[in-house]
Design a protein around this ligand. Sequence first.
Ligand code: CO8
Length: 261
Amino acid sequence: MKEYNNLLFTVEDGIGVLTINRPKSLNALNSETLAEIGSALSEIKTNKDVKVLIITGSGQKAFVAGADISQMAAMNPIEAAELSELAHNAFQTIESLPQMTIAAVNGYCLGGGFELANSCDIRIAASTAKFGQPEVGLGIVPGFGGTQRLTRLVGRGKAKEIITTGAQITATEAKEIGAVEEVVELDQLMTKVNEIASKIIKNGPVAVRMAKYVIDKGADLELNTAISFETQMWAQTFATEDQKEGMAAFLEKRHAKFSGK
Ligand code: CO8
């Protein structure tokens, strides 16, 4: 992995941890950080050592407190579009990664931070985390996918309430509306996400990758088409070594040793 000014990256036992590291600005996303995230993800995409990717923020206070307001304040529409493009590129890359991604939300998760978390496959939050889309209070609308991904997660009414009030919600409220999967104490956050990552890693790699793909692609399709897409993908798993090994291991009462082929 290249050296980045605003990111930290570690890999251990198949679990990659990408940390947004600008704690003095509560990990706010400026253009340099967004470009670095895009570049780091391109590296991670082809890194066979990374089987699950965790994304988190540095320090105990913030996951990401949004796009960098000090940079945005003087921007013109062309510069705003350029910033938005950097973010869309980074967030779409997260969604299209072959690896499962987990947002470990360790604190403020606002604006572009909430949008970053919502582009991950799974969100686990510390009980101290706060969520919100405060953009309208700054005279702008969410520009990194917030009007779309949040709406798909929590429905139109809740998304409109969150976005037009700009109010913060607690981690527990975020769980109640389906914006996060689990809430744990801050000091248990990384243990919890590592636990989930380890469970994912034990399963057939092709099947995990395919499950993520089918869920995401199917969500944009009409139900019957989505079901028939699932059937095709399901049938294809029978051409994999993982299917042979997974079923043989079950019948032989042993743990499967998946090759990911
Ligand atoms: N951008 C830049 N700096 C920030 C940001 C931010 N988003 N958030 C916090 N900081 C900085 C503060 O300015 C402060 O810096 P300094 O110490 O130099 O004064 C430092 O981080 C610590 O912050 P606070 O002193 O404010 O800490 P508090 O504990 O008092 O408050 C809050 C924490 C509530 C998180 C507060 O900092 C806050 O409200 N931050 C802004 C949150 C926000 O509005 N985020 C949304 C930004 S807009 C956005 O994300 C749009 C995305 C789409 C844009 C599309 C355009 C192309």
